[in-house]
Design a protein around this ligand. Structure first.
Ligand code: ZN
Ligand code: ZN
Length: 194
């Protein structure tokens, strides 16, 4: 994260001469001094601006890569929430995703957030897609809410089976939850208390 910060005013990513923390964002030393001298308030960056600052936006039909590689699945954090970046992008463009639906990629680039490359799908679509394309993660389930459906016993089982070598894809089919959730369980990112 530290290396990815950029000034919310001039967008510079160089440390000139140092950074001022502003909410969740940064202002470079040069801009900060200029603003202070002018007596103007520092403009607040919108969540949407912050989202696009993490995207390598290209041509309309090209893949737009999510640059923030902090997390394996391209998480976007805001207001103490964590969402998948491609889901956030989808909602910006097309509106709210109906509960329970996945956002899948038409392209072969799981980190792509170009809304033109995204479509809504069901768990079944997701599985078909993965099998067809021979890849492990393309679509992601809405949120962590459905991890509440799991019992403590199942969470323990998932961890044991994973250690025994069962793939996350298989576990996701077996327990009917998303691969992201399996990943989070296996890596103790959720259900940490068990
Ligand atoms: Zn600046
Ligand atoms: Zn794409």
């Amino acid at each position: 994260m530290e290396n990815n910060k950029s000034c919310i005013i001039c967008k510079s990513t160089r440390t000139i001469p140092n950074w001022y923390f502003y909410g969740k964002d940064y202002v470079c030393g040069r801009c900060y001094k200029r603003l202070k001298r002018s007596g103007k308030a520092i403009p607040k960056q919108t969540i949407e601006d912050r989202f696009w600052s993490k995207v390598d936006k290209k041509g309309e039909d090209e893949c737009w890569k999510w640059k923030d590689t902090d997390s394996r699945y391209g998480d976007f954090r805001y207001d103490n929430k964590v969402v998948k970046s491609h889901r956030y992008s989808y909602e910006l463009k097309y509106g709210k995703i109906p509960f329970g639906l996945y956002v899948c990629h038409k392209c072969d680039n799981p980190t792509c957030v170009n809304p033109k490359h995204l479509f809504l799908g069901t768990q079944q679509d997701n599985m078909n897609d993965m099998i067809e394309k021979g890849r492990s993660i393309m679509c992601s389930f809405p949120n962590n809410r459905n991890s509440a459906k799991l019992t403590e016993k199942q969470v323990k089982e998932i961890r044991v089976l994973s250690r025994m070598g069962l793939t996350q894809t298989r576990l996701s089919i077996k327990y009917n939850i998303s691969i992201t959730q399996i990943y989070n369980i296996v890596n103790n990112k959720i259900w940490r208390n068990i």
